[in-house]
Design a protein. Structure first.
Length: 224
């Protein structure tokens, strides 16, 4: 079976688990799936094997903790350690999809605010001056930071696995992380100086550029 079929099979079989065993297994599933440098196909095969083993054990009256132990992260890391590190075509496609979506979001946001400027800030122009050197410099800073934010988010998600964290604490920590990330992006936007050459572009060109990037990212996503 391919990866998608394995995921569907996993989703269907998980319904057989008790609530307690399901919580334990789904934490392990999230922990393993967020290991980004492994083959997705092999991870899904392992996850289905673990699920089958747990379903059989549950039928005998055993719990997930009795099957996999009381140190699930250690057990999951041992499983991941047996899988070879791999940068697949899917990982490369995801990398370019992420860049397209990120730049599309930045372009559409910029174009929207340029269009809304006359109504919100009283600016009587539908064009704006863009410094190409500044845009390139911001991209060189923003894109690596965006990947760092995504990496830290994955680390945070993995940290929460197998922990009893109440919703309020989870939302509070997630909010702090989001505020920090957005703050850094704004800081980069303000500290980067104007670097020529400069061009004058109407808001709809920027919006169109963002839409093209979004469609490109979406087309890449369909091939993943």
């Amino acid at each position: 079976m391919d990866e998608e079929e394995l995921i569907e099979l996993n989703n269907e079989k998980r319904k057989q688990l008790s609530q307690k065993n399901k919580k334990y297994y789904e934490d392990m599933l999230i922990y393993i799936r967020t290991s980004y440098n492994k083959s997705d196909q092999e991870m899904e095969e392992i996850l289905v094997e673990l699920l089958d083993h747990l379903i059989d054990a549950q039928a005998e009256g055993k719990t997930a903790k009795e099957v996999f132990g009381d140190k699930p992260k250690k057990y999951a890391n041992e499983i991941l350690g047996e899988l070879p590190k791999e940068v697949t075509k899917k990982h490369i496609q995801f990398f370019f999809m992420f860049i397209c979506y990120f730049l599309a979001a930045a372009s559409i946001t910029s174009g929207f605010f340029n269009w809304a400027g006359p109504y919100i800030f009283g600016v009587n122009s539908s064009s704006n001056t863009y410094y190409l050197g500044t845009l390139a410099l911001k991209a060189l800073l923003d894109i690596p930071f965006a990947f760092l934010v995504m990496y830290l988010a994955l680390k945070y998600i993995r940290w929460t696995c197998f922990k009893e964290i109440n919703n309020k604490r989870f939302l509070f920590l997630s909010g702090l992380f989001g505020i920090f990330a957005v703050g850094i992006f704004f800081l980069i936007a303000f500290i980067v100086p104007d670097v020529e050459p400069k061009v004058e572009l109407p808001f709809y060109i920027i919006l169109l550029f963002g839409i093209i990037l979004y469609l490109l990212g979406r087309s890449i996503r369909k091939t993943i």
